[in-house]
Design a protein around this ligand. Sequence first.
Ligand code: ATP
Ligand code: MG
Length: 300
Amino acid sequence: MNKEKLIDKACALSRPYAVTDGASFKLKKVDPSDTGPFSDEDKPKAREALAEGIELLAELQDTLYAHDRWSVLLIFQAMDAAGKDGAIKHVMSGVNPQGCQVASFKVPSSEELDHDFLWRCQRHLPERGRIGIFNRSYYEDVLVVKVHPELLDKQKLPDAVRGKGIWDTRYKDIRHFEQYLANNGTIVRKFFLHVSRDEQKKRFLERIEDPAKNWKFSAGDIAERAHWKSYMDAYEDMIQATATKTSPWYVVPADNKWFTRIVVAAAVIDALSSLKLAYPTVTRAQKDALHAARAALEAE
Ligand code: ATP
Ligand code: MG
């Protein structure tokens, strides 16, 4: 398939899952088991399309790198076992590792807690020409921390700034921060991999039963599962408050990993192709220098 056609297909596939204006967003309206235009029998076709998409992504990333002006930040958030790691691994499998960096954000260290909540993430922002991936992010500070407000105690905030309005303040700070990034040439795309509670249970059981997957399971995951409703509320509030045209959230159905991956790849293709990237053009003087270099090499 030609490049333009593939880009059009990627846009058509991913855009239904983009939230560009959070105001009216309702999480209930997104079905985690949705597979868009694909039925179960279409799986091989979807896999083929993903492979084509990954090839195109590699080409676009190469231009991003050579162009060396824009950078792209992809943020992944999800409940445990929703498939963040697999989506990142598959979607980025074709790209040049030199142009891509992944940062994972876990429970903050004491050094990190000694700073504002954006600090640790800012240190991992992608350079120009690169794709940066956040596996979890500053959004944890309006998710896990909102579900467990006692975590705020560890953040050593002065009493005067940790009143009731703290979540709204954080949403606003995040909106401004992402707008600031956009203003400086970093485009941000955010992915919430939306898995159902039943599918999570199935995946946890697989992790317990399959020795090769035991390492992925932690007892703490069950404890968080018990707070499912609070997490869904926190996700919905967060998306409502931080989905914007410049920095959209993609709420990606995640009960079928093959579908999650193809939507994520399509959204990244949409983002990169929107930048109208081009390889740097060579000036007259540079062209003359190239000719001179060739002449010198041939005269050896
Ligand atoms: P895996 O797929 O391997 O389980 P993971 O991203 O869940 O990957 P873990 O080490 O299991 O990695 O979990 C990281 C934990 O850190 C999550 O439970 C997350 O909520 C927590 N965390 C991340 N950021 C913060 C934060 N700012 N404050 C408190 N907890 C945080
Ligand atoms: Mg985990």
